[in-house]
Design a protein around this ligand. Structure first.
Ligand SMILES: [Zn+2]
Length: 434
């Protein structure tokens, strides 16, 4: 079949589908999918047969052992008042009665600020600010946490960037030795605490560690040759809401793309693997183990990763290419026949599964909505406001349409559409700026 007819068939299927919205709501109905919870197990139990149906292929359930963590209550006492808090993922518990230390307001809390503060950080409970996650110059909370920990801080607090009494969450340490108690608080609590700079605050975080296992779900629609384009989305989220934008949106789109391409890919030069990765919110553990567990020959079969993470909640999408050589030109060529174009952002974002593909030299991109739009609904990521009402059906369909065209072009190209990266290039594109 000529390429244009194939493209029209694929886009027609996606735009005419009611299923994408049903899938999105079914995934949201499983809950926030925090790794290790009943909600995450419900999501995996729902996704496995749905992925098999969407791909028409058997689903491999890949068990990934990891150090699990159960979140307990957290709060702060300061200046005679009490503030609610959310322990960040894998925070150690504070001693009985809490951890009391002087508050040090570090503002944004960059590593450079920590270095400049010198000895003042030692023994303090450091307060920093969370940032809009999808913007140029974003600094991830983990870098701030690591800088505070290395400077000898006793505890780490991060205040939400968004007003509305929304405690922010996320993970920080790895649960290993030397980790310090860490918690997210609302913007309002952050402002109240900042007024208490230098005064003692008492932080209580509870939580317990346990060895667990989580499952990645993988299904492959074979093409004519051994090579694969990997379409990915992460399963897990946080337990403050339904993790609707991040990442029920990506999961629903991945299923729609698979369904639209499943009978087309077998005639193309390379196949499509759908990888639904788990424990992404915990420093990308699921995809890291997936890629580390395969031999070089298996990794070499994977020529492109298209990662869908937070693809709705705002009109339009951006391709986060990390500056992978050849990627922007490939995307232009893949989308131009349908009259579509994507803005490209080149800074490296290490906070989704495509980062692990890049580290192995596999060309990878992430599609995301709301890039450099701090007033979009993407500002609610990692808060109790990441709820299904933020996502519109046409946003899901646009994201699925764009992803399907990219996967289709990747599978149809006579040779791998973007050159594999050597170790030096892979290192360069995965180095955070500033
Ligand atoms: Zn995500």
């Amino acid at each position: 079949m000529p390429q244009r007819e194939v493209m029209e068939r694929v886009l027609g299927r996606i735009w005419a589908s009611a299923r994408i919205l049903e899938d999105f709501h079914a995934i949201c109905a499983t809950g926030g999918r925090f790794a290790g919870t009943e909600s995450e197990r419900r999501a995996v139990a729902w996704l496995a047969p749905r992925l098999a149906e969407a791909t028409g292929a058997p689903v491999r359930r890949e068990a990934i052992p990891y150090r699990g963590w159960t979140r307990g209550p957290a709060w702060l006492r300061a200046g005679g008042a009490e503030f609610p808090a959310q322990a960040l993922g894998r925070s150690p518990a504070t001693p009985a009665g809490g951890l009391t230390a002087p508050l040090l307001d570090m503002g944004r809390g960059t590593p450079a600020q920590m270095a400049a503060a010198g000895d003042a950080v030692r023994g303090a409970t450091v307060l920093v600010r969370h940032e809009y996650m999808l913007g140029t110059g974003h600094m991830h909370r983990r870098r701030k946490y690591e800088a505070a920990r290395e400077a000898g801080a006793a505890a780490f607090l991060i205040a939400c960037h968004e007003p509305g009494l929304l405690p922010v969450t996320g993970s920080a340490g790895d649960g290993g030795p030397g980790n310090i108690p860490c918690a997210g608080i609302s913007a309002e609590a952050g402002a109240a605490l900042a007024a208490l700079d230098g005064q003692p605050v008492t932080l209580v975080t509870q939580g317990s560690f346990e060895d667990r296992s989580a499952e990645n779900l993988l299904a492959t629609v074979a093409g004519r040759g051994p090579e694969l384009v990997v379409l990915s989305a992460h399963i897990d989220g946080h337990d403050l809401a339904q993790s609707a934008i991040d990442n029920a949106s990506g999961l629903a789109c991945a299923l729609a793309v698979a369904e639209a391409l499943r009978d087309i890919v077998p005639a193309l030069p390379r196949g499509m693997q759908v990888g639904l990765f788990n424990i992404e919110e915990w420093a990308l553990l699921g995809s890291a183990a997936h890629l580390a567990n395969m031999d070089d020959a298996e990794r070499t079969r994977r020529v492109l990763n298209v990662n869908l993470d937070s693809v709705a909640g705002e009109a339009g999408l951006t391709a986060l290419t990390s500056g992978v050589p050849g990627m922007a030109a490939f995307l232009r060529a893949a989308l131009a026949p349908a009259g579509l174009r994507l803005p490209v952002a080149e800074p490296f974002f290490g906070n989704s599964d495509h980062a692990n593909f890049l580290r192995h030299g596999i060309p990878a991109l992430r599609l995301a909505a709301g890039y450099d739009l701090p007033h979009s609904s993407l500002r609610f990521l990692l808060t109790p406001a990441d709820t299904p009402d933020k996502v519109r059906p046409e946003q899901l369909k646009h994201a699925a349409a764009v992803a399907a065209l990219i996967v289709l072009a990747g599978c149809a190209a006579p040779v791998p559409p973007v050159p594999r990266m050597d170790a030096e290039t892979a290192r360069r594109v995965t180095t955070p700026q500033a």
